[in-house]
Design a protein around this ligand. Structure first.
Ligand code: F6R
Length: 617
């Protein structure tokens, strides 16, 4: 969490930093700040404000022209870990200097685990602390070395050797105003390459308006940026060669484009996101081709473990259902933060599938590392090119949803699910566990999923309002589903609670009688995700039990389904091969959460306490 950005080059530093922070605000919005090397004097000036970036932008907007002629600086958007959101705790943090300004400024993403010891040590040497953050120790350590005459790069290397924990750090010094230095350990950092200017940021989307050419910085490396050069070296000063990579996301993809919120825009982008994810991987006959993964001989795989967090975990549950059904391979789905400490076991016949939209969720990366410990092969499903997980995995199945800005995952969820269906088909094909006709039928259904999602968006137009009315006065909600629609229910509940702050439980419909039914009354709407066949019948009977106890029910059901006899509102979804139906059934749940949150006057793109990228444990 937290986003950092840095720039050296032309007289547009403030603009680049603010634009970068705007695109990184999904990582945290407790405060924002920038530090600039002022022209002529080279002195460092900081500006920081509590709350969203807009507060900082307003304050900066009142500065005189000279302020905008700056050519180098760093910026930060914060998700508070150490110390509450306050101006004192906002980054950049500074060290050294005199009444006219500090000697160094630092921005940091991550956690310095030994900050308490370092703080005591520094206090013992007379340093005064102005914040409660772990980051401030970095500023003082760096300032101390710079004041001793060490060049900035050397001073940063020396400082980093004292730190334990995870970090991406960028720093500047009054003595070298045309240089920005940065480094990382476990937290993400990329360098953007320009002409007569260079950039750095926590994620590529911060810089898409400026460049598509990037360099990845590895753990334990320092990068030194000037307007005309980018040098990467180890902490011990050895130069490192690094290849550039290009990103095909466009800057427009992170604009609202006429929508009220990113979440709504991203829900509506789902057909295109699915189309892009399936393109080239599924032919006109429904035959899957994942040879790009170079998975080699799949026959040796005896077991699959999916590791993921949050929404990605729900996608994993759907992946399990499909892989077990089609490929007849046992699949375990683990919450990454549990798996990493569970002393997991297996061998090279275990395929670990790590799902992460951002590719930088700390727990998912740690779960991958734990699986590596026993020799597993690792396949990453991610949406982010050049992200940390793409470095750690043996192979990557990229979802092509484009950048997702809304904190609540929507289009990346559907594309993760589609990617896992592709994997299930590939595994089934290689194991001959199903006839080629059966697989082609599912493949063709998957190929049609972008149209089906388009269709469901059309069907729901103007219909969700009635369902939102059912939520008037609600104090909680229960989402029910069975089989492959149980993960859809879980996802519906997560969407609702994260953006509307209403307590919501996702439950297997048959399990409801073993506890959650006690929640049911007029103020606890029940959202039932119905499928086809026997599971539909069973779920519907469970729903009737809640109706008998006063529940107001919203059913997600096939068009024409008679669920209206028990449900107050039916949100229709089109016909689809049953296995694939979560692709359409999730869409009304996303829209329901969206509209309930809007009706409650909430900011759906930036729900409280959350950040899109969870880079701390
Ligand atoms: C919920 C949501 C989160 C993420 C989770 C994992 O809408 O977005 O639950 O799914 O934090 O994030 P990634 O996929 O980036 O690892």
């Amino acid at each position: 969490m937290c986003g950092i950005v840095g720039y050296v080059g032309k007289e547009r530093c403030v603009e680049v930093l603010l634009d970068g922070l705007k695109n990184l605000e999904y990582r945290g919005y407790d405060s924002a700040g920038i530090a600039l090397a002022l022209p002529d004097t080279g002195r460092i000036e900081t500006a920081k404000e509590v709350g969203p970036l807009a507060n900082l932008t307003d304050v900066i907007g009142r500065r005189d022209e000279d302020f905008f002629k700056v050519r180098s600086g760093v910026g930060h958007t914060r998700w508070a870990t150490h110390g509450r959101p306050s101006e004192a705790n906002a980054h950049p943090h500074t060290g050294g200097g005199d009444p006219l300004g500090p000697e160094v400024a630092v921005v940091h993403n991550g956690i310095i685990e030994n900050h308490a010891e370092l703080r005591e040590e520094l206090k013992g040497r007379g340093f005064e602390f102005r914040s409660e953050t772990d980051t401030e120790v970095i500023a003082h350590l760096l300032a101390e070395k710079v004041a001793d005459g060490e060049p900035l790069t050397e001073a940063l290397a020396g400082t980093l050797k004292r730190l334990e924990g995870s970090f991406a750090v960028a720093a500047m010094s009054v003595h070298e105003p045309e240089t920005i230095v940065a480094a990382r350990h476990q937290s993400p950092l990329v360098v953007g390459l320009g002409e007569g200017e260079n950039f750095l940021a926590s994620a590529v989307q911060a810089l898409l308006g400026n460049t598509r050419r990037f360099l990845f910085v590895e753990n334990g490396e320092i990068v030194v940026l000037t307007d005309s050069s980018v040098e990467i070296q180890t902490l011990y000063g050895q130069p490192v060669e690094r290849e550039t990579f290009e990103v095909d996301w466009s800057a427009e993809a992170i604009e609202l484009g006429g929508y009220e919120d990113f979440m709504l825009k991203e829900i509506h982008e789902q057909p295109a996101a699915l189309q892009a994810t399936l393109a080239g991987r599924l032919d006109a006959d429904g035959v899957v081709d994942l040879s790009e993964l170079e998975l080699g001989d799949l026959s040796g795989i005896e077991r699959i473990v999916v590791v993921a967090c949050g929404t990605a975990y729900h996608a994993g549950l759907l992946g399990k259902y499909a892989i077990e059904r089609l490929a007849r391979l046992p699949v375990e789905v683990a919450v990454a933060s549990e798996y990493r400490y569970a002393d997991p076991f297996g061998d090279e016949r275990t395929l670990v599938v790590a799902i992460s939209q951002s590719g930088e969720t700390t727990d998912t990366l740690a779960a991958v590392e734990a699986a590596r410990g026993f020799g597993a092969r690792v396949l990453a499903v991610t949406n982010t090119q050049g992200s940390l997980i793409t470095r750690d995995a043996d192979t990557v199945l990229l979802t092509k949803a484009g950048p997702e800005v809304g904190v609540a995952a929507t289009k990346t969820f559907l594309t993760q699910v589609a990617a896992l269906y592709l994997l299930a088909l590939e595994l089934a094909g290689s194991r001959d566990s199903r006839s080629s006709e059966e697989l082609a039928e599912i493949g063709l259904g998957l190929r049609r999923s972008p149209e089906k999602v388009e269709e469901v968006l059309g069907l729901l137009e103007g219909r969700v309002g009635e369902a939102v009315e059912v939520f008037a006065g609600a104090r909680c909600a229960l989402f029910l589903g069975r089989g492959h629609l149980y993960p859809a229910a879980l996802e519906g509940a997560l969407k609702l609670k994260e953006i509307s702050y209403l307590p919501a439980e996702g439950y297997p419909a048959g399990e409801m009688k073993h506890g959650p039914i006690a929640l049911v009354d007029e103020q606890c709407p029940v959202v039932a995700v119905l499928g086809e066949g026997i599971l539909r019948e069973k779920t519907l009977s469970n729903v009737e039990e809640t109706v008998a106890r006063g529940a107001r029910v919203i059913a997600i059901a096939r068009e024409g389904d008679q669920a209206g006899r028990v449900a107050r509102v039916v949100l229709p979804v089109p016909e689809m091969p049953e296995l694939l139906s979560p692709l359409v059934s999730t869409v009304p749940l996303q829209l329901l959460a969206y509209h309930v949150a809007k009706a409650r006057g909430l900011n759906v793109d930036k729900p409280r306490n959350l950040a899109k990228s969870v880079t701390v444990e």
